[in-house]
Design a protein around this ligand. Structure first.
Ligand code: HEC
Length: 129
């Protein structure tokens, strides 16, 4: 069966395809993750979405499918988990050179909005067999 076409919001199309590379592509093929139109219900000016595009997308991708090596996908992860991880990065109880710097200026409201946004992105996984 051919790998299913991944429907994405139009404006993200070229960037995602331009930055997705070997590892991510293979991972997508193996997992067969089918990305559905992102963040249904979130307005274009949703603060979490805006912040994510500005600050997070360079590594975690425009719709939370990571665009960099050794970077986790955030799309569809539980909101409570994302909130807890961002708070842990901010406090330093979870250590990671980059994420500690990224999270340190985030307010509680920004963390909540980011967690809500990434959690709202719907993904579907298909077993390769
Ligand atoms: C320069 C690249 C980069 C940017 C920008 C970045 N991240 Fe990350 N992020 C990473 C990497 C790498 C990890 C993996 C950390 C580890 O190995 O512990 C990570 C981990 C995370 C995790 C933990 C995920 C998990 O599965 O445990 C969350 C949540 C997260 N980032 C949120 C964000 C948010 C929200 C932003 C924007 C405000 C952001 N990141 C910006 C590189 C980045």
């Amino acid at each position: 069966m051919p790998f299913p076409v991944i429907p994405m919001p139009h404006h993200t199309h070229s960037t995602i395809h331009g930055t997705i590379h070997g590892t991510t592509r293979r991972l997508l093929a193996i997992v067969g993750a089918l990305l559905l139109p992102a963040g249904a219900g979130a307005a274009p000016d949703d603060p979490g979405r805006v912040k994510a595009r500005q600050v997070c997308s360079v590594c975690h991708g425009l719709v939370g499918i990571a665009a960099a090596p050794n970077t986790p996908h955030l799309a569809g992860q539980p909101e409570t988990y994302l909130t807890a991880q961002l708070r842990a990065f901010r406090s330093g109880s979870r250590r990671h050179e980059v994420m500690n710097v990224i999270a340190s200026p985030l307010s509680d409201e920004e963390i909540a909005a980011l967690a809500r946004w990434f959690a709202s992105i719907r993904i579907e996984a298909q077993s390769p067999q």
